[in-house]
Write a protein that binds this ligand. Sequence first.
Ligand code: AMP
Length: 258
Amino acid sequence: MIVARTLGELRSWRDAVDSEARVGFVPTMGALHKGHTSLIERSRATCDATAVSIYVNPTQFDNADDLASYPDTLQDDLARLEALSVDCVFVPAYQDLYPDDFAYRIEERQFSSTLCGAHRPGHFTGVLTVVMKLLNLVQPDAAFFGEKDFQQLTLIRNMVDAFFMNVEIVGCPTIRESDGLAMSSRNLNLAPSDRRQAPIFHEILEKASSDDDARRQLGEAGFLVDYVETIEGRRLGAVTVGPTGQSVRLIDNTELEM
Ligand code: AMP
């Protein structure tokens, strides 16, 4: 496995890949779990070579504490990726990805200011900008994203269409803990009592009779609700658990049975 820490190292790896090979790419922010693994396995199963990036992208964080507390498990992540037979891991630095210091950015002006975007100003501009940069650098044939971040997946699909980008965006199902909690790197920051409470979030999203009912039940269960909204048969939600200062934001979504 090549660990590329500079643009030059990444380009050397990419140039050496057979021109006929189908290249798959899985962008991540590290602290890898089985959700990430499922994306990588999908790429390994359908592509000839797989690249993964690990980069905690500062431009998508609207909250400095959230960025500072984002888990960092790089050595474990690299061991996990090696065991998964990933071909290349790209671990860039800010100066490499943002030589313009974020002067140029990709802004979506409709869907990105709703749902998570309404609560995290600028978040999706950071996401779309870094994904565009990573896709341009890695030049994959296919890129794999989780349905757990459904709004993100939709915005990336639409960006690729809007800019005529030559890459297939593959959405992959949400991987959950046995109690239903969607796997997330931020779960590492949950205090034990909040970890016990967290799975109720998904249960309520799935079972509530309406979005209003879900918001009410979540409030009663002690969550602070950012939003619950159903769009095209899918109920999406975001909540925080835990005391101010140590709270963890959870997002999830579920397809409703019609
Ligand atoms: P992150 O490292 O959180 O930025 O996530 C990297 C990729 O993994 C994104 O495409 C996420 O949607 C995806 N992902 C994160 N958690 C899960 C999960 N529980 N199941 C499936 N995909 C996930």
